[in-house]
Design a protein around this ligand. Structure first.
Ligand SMILES: [Zn+2]
Length: 375
């Protein structure tokens, strides 16, 4: 089944983790043998060949660069201009992948339809043996790797030095913006912080409206979420968020916020970051094996959203599987992102209809984009 992943930090991995994502996952892990600078060294789960193997043909891929004042709890670039340059470097990697035929940028309705058609996202033969299906999906007719479609998104807007920079980013293909990430930001307060979007946040949201950008509500703190919903009039999604009822933490949305998102027509991508899936996870200490965390837990989170909404229209996938963690902090029975292909059977076992499973795995986000990009 075709899968849409609404949140990956591919370029961050290429440039800050120094991963050549065109290589097989085995090679990337081997190359990191003995490195200890990041917690997930040698344990990465995402690369372009694994996306192809998992029939994950369309993703939302981020630019990410935080600006941090001296008091910022997590640190980051010391000026907005440095953050901007970081995100421009990340864009240069996506462009290089386009030139190499590894990826293709999807930024409008025509491009979306063309990509889906070329990927043969729908109507792919399901009766073939798995091995030949994998082969069909991994290679185009010419034998070249099939380009992964990506929609460019910005996680945390600190790198937008002025609104002119946002306009430039839009011209570069940027289509979604999450104003905040972790801590206090220039345009909104993010996870583990609390405060108003202020005048600059309102300006940013109005400019996003004018340009036709999607607002990514993920990471907004409660106050900034409320204000952003009031100011912003355009399409809203939450690329990688779970329910606070199941995982009590300000990073997740409470039921009122989720209902507000439903009213706005949002689709909410379910993440596979262990600490967001089960309560009381301690980074670097808790292990997937010790907690018994399995991929099935993702189905429970998605089911919760569907039950709360009373329909299946607002649920999707937003794995975040390369967001600074690897196998040490994701479900124990997941080796690579290609394991998402086990989800359809898990939903079938719960009695989900085939059309509902398709909606969750790709249909809802694609419908969302078709509506957002009507023109
Ligand atoms: Zn994130």
């Amino acid at each position: 089944m075709f899968i849409f992943d609404a949140h990956l930090d591919l370029s961050m991995n290429a440039l800050e983790w120094n991963r050549d994502l065109t290589r097989p996952i085995r090679d990337i892990r081997q190359r990191e043998h003995g490195q200890t600078d990041k917690p997930d060294r040698g344990r990465g789960t995402v690369c372009l060949p694994e996306l192809r193997r998992g029939n994950i043909g369309l993703v939302v891929a981020t630019q990410i660069g935080r600006y941090a004042k001296p008091t910022h709890p997590l640190g980051g670039w010391h000026s907005p201009e440095q953050a901007w340059a970081m995100t421009q470097g990340q864009l240069a990697w996506y462009r290089a992948m386009e030139e190499a035929g590894e990826m293709v940028q999807v930024k409008d309705r025509a491009g979306l339809e063309k990509h889906l058609e070329q990927w043969q996202a729908f109507g792919a033969p399901v009766s073939e043996p798995a091995s030949s299906l994998v082969e069909n999906r991994a290679r185009s007719e010419t034998g070249a790797p099939k380009p992964i479609g990506y929609i460019l998104s910005l996680e945390g807007a600190d790198s937008i030095v002025t609104l002119k920079h946002l306009e430039r980013s839009f011209a570069q293909g940027l289509r979604a913006v999450g104003p905040a990430h972790y801590g206090p930001g220039t345009y909104a307060f993010g996870t583990d912080s609390e405060g108003s979007i202020g005048a600059r946040g309102r300006e940013l949201l109005r400019e996003m409206d004018r340009l036709g950008l999607i607002l990514d509500a993920t990471h907004l703190c409660d106050t900034s979420f409320r204000e952003a919903m009031d100011v912003f009039k355009g399409p809203v999604w939450a690329s990688h968020s779970n329910a606070r009822t199941l995982t009590p933490h300000n990073r997740q949305f409470n039921d009122d916020q989720l209902k507000e998102l439903f009213r706005r027509g949002a689709v909410i991508g379910a993440p596979l970051d262990a600490w967001m899936m089960i309560p009381n996870w301690v980074r670097g200490q808790t292990t997937p094996e010790a907690t018994g965390l399995k991929l099935e837990k993702m189905v429970e989170h998605i089911d919760y959203i569907c039950q709360l909404a009373g329909n299946i229209q607002h649920s999707g996938i937003g794995t975040d599987l390369d967001g600074g963690f690897g196998r040490e902090q994701c479900p124990a029975d997941l080796d690579t992102i290609a394991d998402l292909q086990r989800l359809p059977n898990m939903f079938r076992a719960r009695g989900y209809k085939e059309s509902d499973i398709e909606a969750i795995l790709h249909g809802n986000f694609i419908r969302f984009l078709r509506e957002a990009w009507r023109m």
